[in-house]
Design a protein around this ligand. Structure first.
Ligand code: GLC
Length: 719
């Protein structure tokens, strides 16, 4: 930052009245915070969301119809994470920044980087992984790409926000070690390496204090140890106390629970509005706390298009849509294939496509991360585009979604009458689904091959946003059961047609034991964005060789996850993270628990050979080198994953932890050398009593593999 820039900030701050300073630190509309026209200080303009610039709401709280707000709908966060591709993550952020700038936004409210602790969290689709290292490295590239366009990233939700149930008040009880080893590292990396210009505070409490104004998280760690010089923006209505927000690091309050009538919002009633002014005028809180917030806000404005020229950006252009396709191609994960795939379109006369999700669009679902794209290619459209010159495509919806109150948690005060009304609708829907099932079986019987597309859905028909949503913000799932009777449908289809491939969409896995054994091929597609249907079709017919790898562990039932069998989920007023540091593969691998598909796993249509591991150790660095060869007959990509295993720790530690990865694209027969640097911090653990990272002497294995349970090469070093 140029010296005079800092002087400007000090100069402007010294000219501001207290009223003007206060106007800067809280919302002036639904998605803007105050400016000072007298001094040419503009309002800051915010927009969701993490995988596309959200539809326009202007200064109000509801979508503006027929606004010029179409934007590129990128694959959701967990699909981006499944690419394990840092370059793609940077391109993804760059596109978001260009489109946000084109829509006149200064801050994009993403990426969502909370750790996926339980598969039931309704927002897992927005997030990246169960692993903080993978999350941090990919999110850092996303932040760099986004901010390179002059739009501030706002990694969220800081911190330890891993459920939607009672999100505004739940008090997370978590150890200091788990905070530092699991829930903070991704935020540290996006701040220290990504140089994020803002961070969003979370709704929940952490060990008794609200995260958005948390003295330890904000003042001691974020702005202290990490030297964050950006702006802490609250989540919408996550500020609950004026004095704490003034003292403990909240810089801008957005949204509030205080305003009763959104059609008559009184922004002066916000915690950081008149109540804050009274604290300062009474001398209870020193004005220097407000001055620090103001300086941070002005610095953010100077860094962004608010006060600097970064050009106009582009929106809905072909290069953005092609990038959406590229991310989807590398983000879908082929989990099972006995050789059925890839299909050969020249050998199929009739292709049956079955499933509600084959023809459903998802962009506007999910909650605040919704996007209004110019188009969205469904799997059915993608398949028709690829094969219709060669074979007849017949479609049956197979099932229709219905409201089933057993499938998700009641919201407080949910009307009993509502569920009575919906239960009659449910019975109607389920009976009609029996007819739809028969129709699906009939077309499966007469087809040469079948593609079933099912899984989760975002919203729920007939229910307002936030009420009846299965796989979305504001609500967690009850379990991983495959909804809308899809298990029966899949089994009946595979009974009558052995050439059946299953494609599931959604932000998490589903229970698989009852249908996977008799399924020959399974592709998990997450919510793959506006070109997702194209990517799915290309993958099934071999025009794209899949290279996605799971960023989360797929176990069969939610009860097998440590957040459920050791810790609590979702708790009641408080939630105990008793599993501590053993989240995801750190639990399943350490305690040798069965999983269906492990962290880092994903199939390809080609094969790769790992060889020639060479470790070079210096005082502060470990260089890991190995060779990777594409030993198959088609080009493809592999992800080299580096895990660290401490052979003789004196403290409890996961059996191994991901500390390096690199994706490599290779032609058939092509060899390549991979080099990955591990610094000393890769081997440390957080000592809760000393409150610092410690490197314990001993022997460490360097494990090189292509999933947490498929280690190809091992060597050892001593510290
Ligand atoms: C929501 C979400 C947050 C979003 C914000 C603005 O409640 O928690 O992720 O950016 O409000 O819509």
């Amino acid at each position: 930052m140029r010296k005079e820039k800092i002087d400007d900030i000090d100069d402007i701050t010294s000219q501001l009245t207290l009223d003007e300073k206060i106007s800067l630190i809280h919302a002036s509309s639904s998605f803007t915070s105050g400016g000072v026209p007298r001094l040419g200080v503009p309002e800051l303009v915010f927009s969701d969301g993490p995988h596309g610039v959200r539809h326009e709401q202007g200064r109000g709280w509801f979508p503006i119809d027929n606004a010029d707000d179409h934007s590129t709908y990128l694959p959701v966060g967990i699909c981006l994470a499944s690419t394990w591709n840092k370059n793609l993550a940077n391109k993804y952020g760059n596109i978001l920044g260009s489109e946000a700038k084109n829509r006149g936004k200064h801050v994009l409210l993403g990426p969502g980087i909370n750790i996926i602790r339980s598969p039931l969290n309704g927002r897992n689709f927005e997030y990246f992984s169960e692993d903080p290292f993978l999350t941090g490295k990919l999110a850092t590239e996303y932040v760099k790409g986004l901010q390179g366009q002059g739009v501030a990233a706002c990694p969220k939700h800081y911190a330890v926000n891993n459920q939607e149930t009672d999100r505004h008040n739940i008090d997370v009880r978590v150890s200091l070690r788990a905070i530092h080893e699991i829930y903070l590292p991704a935020f540290r990396v996006v701040v220290q390496e990504g140089k994020a210009w803002s961070i969003m505070g979370a709704y929940n409490k952490v060990n008794g204090q609200y995260a958005t104004h948390h003295e330890y998280l904000n003042n001691r760690i974020l702005k202290g140890d990490w030297k964050f010089d950006g702006v802490v923006i609250s989540d919408w209505a996550s500020v609950k106390d004026t004095k704490e927000a003034l003292l403990y690091g909240t810089d801008i309050e957005m949204g509030t629970e205080l305003v009763r009538d959104f059609n008559r919002p009184v922004y002066d009633e916000f915690y950081l509005a008149n109540p804050a002014k009274r604290y300062i005028e009474s001398g209870t809180v020193d004005e220097c706390y407000v001055d620090d917030k103001v300086r941070r806000i002005l610095r953010l404005m100077q860094r962004t298009t608010a006060l600097s020229d970064h050009g106009t950006g582009k929106r809905n252009v072909q290069e953005h849509q092609e990038a959406a396709l590229e991310v989807a191609r590398e983000g879908v994960v082929l989990l099972k294939n006995d050789g059925l795939l890839p299909f050969n379109k020249r050998e199929i006369k009739t292709l049956a496509v079955i499933g509600h999700n084959a023809s459903r669009v998802f962009a506007e679902g999910g909650g605040s991360s919704q996007v209004r794209p110019p188009y969205e290619i469904t799997p059915l459209e993608g398949l028709k585009k690829i094969v219709s010159d060669f074979c007849d495509v017949i479609y049956a919806v197979g099932y229709e979604p219905y409201y089933d109150k057993t499938l998700f948690r009641k919201l407080p005060g949910e009307a009993a009458s509502q569920s009575r009304e919906y239960s009659s609708k449910t019975e109607l829907a389920r009976s009609s689904n029996k007819e739809l099932l028969q129709e699906a079986i009939e077309i499966a019987q007469k087809a040469d091959a079948v593609i079933f597309v099912g899984g989760w859905i975002h919203g729920h028909e007939g229910m307002p946003w936030g009420e009846g949503t299965y796989d979305a913000e504001a609500r967690d799932k009850m379990n991983l059961k495959l909804i809308f009777d899809q298990e029966e449908l899949i089994n009946k289809i595979t009974d009558v047609n052995k050439n059946t491939a299953v494609v599931l969409m959604g932000g998490s896995n589903v229970e698989m034991d009852n249908w996977l054994p008799q399924t020959r091929a399974y592709l998990h597609a997450w919510y793959p964005g506006m070109e997702g249907g194209t990517a799915i079709a290309e993958t099934l017919f071999g025009e794209t060789n899949p290279s996605g790898k799971l960023p989360v562990t797929f176990a069969n039932s939610h009860e097998e996850y440590p957040s459920h069998c050791i810790g609590q989920f979702p708790g009641n007023k408080t939630v105990e993270y008793s599993e501590d540091i053993f989240v995801g593969y750190r639990y399943f691998d350490t305690f040798k628990k069965e999983v269906v598909f492990p962290f880092g796993y994903g199939l390809s249509y080609t094969t790769f050979e790992f060889s020639n591991l060479k470790i070079t150790q210096t005082d502060n660095l470990v260089l890991v080198e190995c060779s990777i060869t594409n030993t198959g007959d088609r080009k493809g990509a592999e992800v080299v994953q580096i895990y660290i295993h401490h052979k003789n720790p004196t403290v409890k530690r996961p059996t191994h932890e991901l500390k390096g990865f690199q994706k490599i694209h290779l032609e058939p027969g092509e060899p390549s050398k991979v080099q990955i640097n591990l610094d000393k911090s890769s081997f440390k653990y957080f000592h809760p009593k000393q409150e610092k990272w410690v490197l314990e002497a001993g022997t460490y294995e360097i494990q090189v593999g292509n999933s947490s349970r498929d280690i190809k090469l091992v060597d050892e070093i001593e510290w």
